[in-house]
Each structure stands twice: as structure tokens, then as C-alpha cells.
Ligand binder design. Structure first.
Ligand code: ATP
Ligand code: MG
Length: 518
């Protein structure tokens, strides 16, 4: 509903017009008693059409001008009611301030027609204004969108330049490849990493799937799946087989650049050899540390066991001798002294083993090879061992029966064979045959010590040569777990090798191979 402001001083006209217009429009009717009403009083009420008479126009002249100007470019129509004679005096100036006029006497029909037309022009003008504003907004939005697009294109261009620079910088390997394994492009860093040439690349000789070791193929399949689903795949570690067959560990990140006709990707490939080495060194250091700690605790428990027994025995027999006040018979005394001597020997043996190992560890174990006639040496040793073994064991030497010599350290070889033979005796408590077999082939002397004893459980075989390690089936058989560690050190000083085969309850064979002429 249009809002009409009536500024009429003529009382009769005021009444008449408001009566005519009120049913169809919202009429605003301020008191405009001449000279009393201030223009400011009118501003509080917005309106779409103002009907005023000549006196009001005269009084509010400046307000009319200002109000119209403020609404521009929207039309705010002013309709002047005047007498016919006054029209003749109207100036051009006046016509610029009003939009229409009605001369008295006023015809209701004519008034309604003009009011309707003026309100409609106001309405159109308002619509035009709104449309215009919307258009303006659209233009601005469009301009902003275009500016945004331009910026995006510029940014893309910039990032392409940076990308190209990164590839050319050869800081990291970069390849363009398809899903079938073809590498269509690669930078120098990548070629260097995998040891191929640009010529190889041109000839299609470099294929990423051929360079991938079998154990990484599943991982590759997962990545391809990820690429298909998301367009990128998280960086992952794998290895490539170089042109020379060696392997290079890499970190690789892939992104899809094209989906059809087939999946095309670019990938960044980082050589992580150094990182892997650092990791391995770290792991080794930790492992060493752990081994050392374990060794320490095993040593402590060994010392408390193995050293205490002979020491107790020595102190026990000594007390007996002291307390007996020379009342013991001579043979009894001799027996006690012999037992003391045996215990002392056992302690010396233990200390020897610990010292040998300690020296081997710091690389100070002496190694003095001499030409040694092996068969004679073994024969002598077997005879000595047979003396210490009970009758339950028969120790035999099996040898080719001819003389042959090798350059070995006599003391160390003695340690090797005594340890192996005494183990063979100790770990076959039910007795049985023990053989030391000596052979010579391809410039190697081979010593094989075989028994029919308790054997070694498979799970213990691996760690047999570590200090203090004893198999789980030793039961009450005494021992420190040092003998084989000493043997291994002595064999290694000869640049030889030691191997073991064993079956529980059947028997064990240790084979020592020493080069005869280093
Ligand atoms: P010692 O230091 O007194 O020799 P040990 O005999 O226990 O003590 P090693 O000679 O180093 O130590 O042997 C390590 C372990 O290997 C033994 O404890 C035993 O469990 C196993 N072993 C060695 N030789 C034999 C063998 N011939 N038959 C069965 N087990 C054996
Ligand atoms: Mg032993």
C-alpha cells in the first residue's frame, strides 16, 4: 500500500483528500499550521508520494528540494494542488521540484488517476533501483570471481615453475610413470640413484615394477589402490634394484596427474640409505649394550656357582686338616690334599678361560703359529684325555695314517681339542664311543669330535658359542658355559670355522676346519 503525505493548509481540502484517499492508501497527515511545522518534523515518516498546496510548497521549499535529491535516482513524486490562475505564474524552477499538478476544483477521479500513476512511477523506480543494485552486485561478484581465477592461474603457474625447479635441482629423484611400470620421464637425481643412464630411459629400459624386489610388490599394489581411490598415496619406504643388482632403500610419495586413458603419476623418490644405516648402527649399539648386560649378569651367576664350589671344598678340607691335629692317617691326608689340588686346578682352569676370553675381546690373544705334525699331536692328546675319562668312555682317533703338518698355534689347538673332547666326555654320562677324526682335504685340516651323549636341543644350537650359555638339557652336569666361547675365539684366530650337528639323546658332532697354510 502506498504511503501518501498530505501537506495542505487548506482545511477543507485536507479533510476531503484524506477522506478520498484513506480507503486505498496509508495517509500521513501532519498538522501544517502555517509557519509552525518545521521541515525536520516531516523526516520521521517515510512516504511514497507527497501531495501539497502552493503555501506548503512555499513554506517547505528547501525541504522538498533536499528530500527529492536524497532519494535520487529513485523518483519521490510531489503533486501540487493549485488554482488555475496560479499555474500561469509557475516558473520553470517550480516544475523541476514537482512532478504533477491538479488545479482546483479537484475532481476525485482525476486525483485518483494521478495518484495511481505517480505511485506506480515511484514503484517502478524503486524496482529499477533494486534491479540495478542486484546487477551491480553481480558485476562486482563476477569481477571478483574473475580476479580470483586469474590469481589461481597465476598461482598454478608459479607452483609449476617451482615444481619444475625442484625437479631440475636434483635434490630428490622425480619420475613420471604410468601404472603399468613404464617410466616416461625421470630427473638426473633418480637416474643416479638407480644407476641407469638417460639413454636407458629413452629406450624404455627402466621400469619401476621390474626394479621392485618381489617382497615389495604387495606394498606397491596397496599404493596403486590408494592412488585409484584418493589420487595420492602416503609416502612409504621400499627398495629399488639398481642397474648393477645392488639395492637402494627409498622413500617414495606418488600423486596422480591423469586418470585416462590410464593412470599416470608423478613420484618423488628420496634415497634413504644414510638414514637406514644410522638406524642399523643404532640397533646394533643397543643390541651390543643388551648383550653386554646379559653377559655381566651371567658372569655374576657363574662366578657365584662355579667359583664357590672349589673354594668351599678347599676351605673345608683345610679346616679338617687343621682341626685333626695331625691325627689323620697319612693316606687320608694325601687324599684331602689331592682333592684340594683338584679344586685349585679347577679354579685355575676357570680363570684361564675367563682370561682367554677377556684377551680375545680386547684383541690381545696371542697367536703364534708353528709347523705342527697334526696326527702325532692328536694321538698324544687323545691318550691324555683317555686317562682323565672313566672306563665308560672309549676315545678313538681316526686319521688317514699319514704324516701331515699345518701352521697352527699349538696352545690354542690344544685348547680347542681339549674343550671339545672334555665336553664329549662330560655330556655323555652314560658312556659311549668318542672319536676324534682328523682329515685333510683341499688344504684344510678338519677335526671332527663325535659323541653318543645327551645331544643339544635345536633351540640352544644358535647361542652355544656365546659366553656362559648352557643348553637347557644339562641337568646337574657342572659347567660354566665358557669352553665353546674360548674354542670359537681360538678357531677364528686361525681364520677357521666351527660347526655343530646334534640330535637329542643320539649324539653330537663338532667340526673344526682350519686352513693349513694361511
Ligand atoms: P665349561 O666352561 O666348563 O666348558 P660348559 O661345558 O657348560 O662349561 P661349553 O663348553 O661352552 O660350556 O658348552 C656350552 C654348552 O653347550 C654346554 O653347557 C652344553 O649345554 C652344550 N654342549 C657342549 N658340548 C656338548 C656335547 N658334546 N653334547 C651336548 N651338549 C654339549
Ligand atoms: Mg665345556
Amino acid at each position: 500500500m502506498g504511503r501518501i503525505l498530505l501537506l495542505l493548509e487548506h482545511q477543507e481540502n485536507r479533510r476531503l483528500l484524506s477522506e478520498w484517499l484513506a480507503p486505498r492508501y496509508s495517509v500521513i497527515l501532519p498538522e501544517v499550521a502555517a509557519q509552525v511545522t518545521e521541515p525536520a518534523d516531516l523526516d520521521s515518516q517515510p512516504f511514497d508520494l507527497c501531495i501539497l498546496d502552493a503555501r506548503a510548497l512555499d513554506h517547505f521549499w528547501e525541504w522538498v528540494q533536499a528530500t527529492r535529491a536524497a532519494e535520487k535516482p529513485v523518483i519521490l513524486p510531489f503533486l501540487l494542488i493549485t488554482t488555475r490562475q496560479d499555474v500561469g505564474y509557475a516558473t520553470r524552477h517550480l516544475w523541476q521540484s514537482i512532478d504533477d499538478l491538479i488545479t482546483k476544483p479537484i475532481e476525485k477521479i482525476e486525483l485518483q488517476a494521478r495518484v495511481e500513476i505517480l505511485l506506480r512511477s515511484r514503484q517502478f523506480s524503486l524496482q529499477l533501483q533494486t534491479t540495478n543494485q542486484q546487477l551491480q552486485q553481480q558485476i562486482v561478484a563476477r569481477q571478483q570471481a574473475e580476479a580470483g581465477e586469474e590469481r589461481a592461474i597465476a598461482a598454478q603457474h608459479q607452483s609449476e615453475i617451482q615444481f619444475q625447479r625442484l625437479i631440475n635441482s636434483n635434490l630428490i629423484g622425480a619420475i613420471a610413470a604410468d601404472i603399468e611400470g613404464n617410466i616416461t620421464d625421470a630427473n638426473d637425481a633418480f637416474l643416479r640413484m638407480v644407476g641407469y643412464t638417460r639413454e636407458d630411459l629413452k629406450q624404455g629400459k627402466i621400469r619401476w615394477n621390474d626394479m621392485t624386489p618381489p617382497e615389495y610388490r604387495d606394498r606397491d599394489r596397496d599404493s596403486i589402490e590408494e592412488l585409484r581411490n584418493t589420487g595420492v598415496c602416503n609416502a612409504f619406504e621400499k627398495e629399488y634394484i639398481r642397474a648393477d643388482g645392488s639395492r637402494v632403500p627409498v622413500l617414495i610419495g606418488v600423486t596422480v596427474v591423469e586418470r585416462s586413458p590410464r593412470l599416470n603419476c608423478v613420484a618423488f623418490v628420496l634415497d634413504i640409505t644414510q638414514r637406514k644405516q644410522a638406524e642399523a648402527e643404532m640397533r646394533n649399539a643397543l643390541e651390543k649394550e643388551r648383550e653386554l648386560n646379559e653377559l655381566k649378569s651371567r658372569f655374576v651367576s657363574m662366578v657365584s656357582h662355579e667359583f664357590r664350589n672349589p673354594l668351599n671344598l678347599i676351605s673345608g678340607t683345610a679346616q679338617l686338616l687343621v682341626r685333626s691335629n695331625n691325627k689323620l692317617s697319612e693316606p687320608k691326608k694325601q687324599e684331602l690334599l689331592q682333592r684340594q689340588q683338584a679344586a685349585v686346578n679347577r679354579l685355575i682352569e676357570l680363570l684361564d678361560d675367563v682370561l682367554t676370553l677377556g684377551r680375545a675381546e680386547v684383541g690381545k690373544l696371542e697367536f703364534n703359529p708353528i709347523e705342527l705334525e697334526l696326527e702325532a699331536f692328536c694321538r698324544q692328546l687323545v691318550a691324555e684325555m683317555q686317562l682323565t675319562a672313566k672306563e665308560a668312555h672309549a676315545i678313538a682317533l681316526v686319521s688317514p695314517g699319514k704324516r701331515f703338518t699345518a701352521k697352527v698355534d699349538k696352545k690354542l689347538l690344544q685348547q680347542i681339542l681339549t674343550n671339545l673332547l672334555s665336553n664329549a666326555i662330560k655330556y655323555s654320562p652314560q658312556g659311549g664311543d668318542i672319536t676324534l677324526e682328523l682329515t685333510c682335504q683341499k688344504n684344510e685340516a678338519i677335526f671332527r669330535v663325535k659323541d653318543e651323549g645327551i645331544g643339544i636341543p635345536p633351540k640352544d644350537l644358535q647361542r652355544l658359542f656365546e659366553s656362559f650359555h648352557r643348553a637347557s638339557n644339562v641337568g646337574g652336569i657342572p659347567g660354566t658355559g665358557l669352553g665353546l666361547a674360548v674354542v670359537k675365539q681360538a678357531v677364528e684366530l686361525h681364520q677357521g670355522a666351527i660347526a655343530v650337528e646334534s640330535e637329542e639323546e643320539v649324539g653330537t658332532t663338532f667340526t673344526v676346519t682350519l686352513p693349513m697354510d694361511r
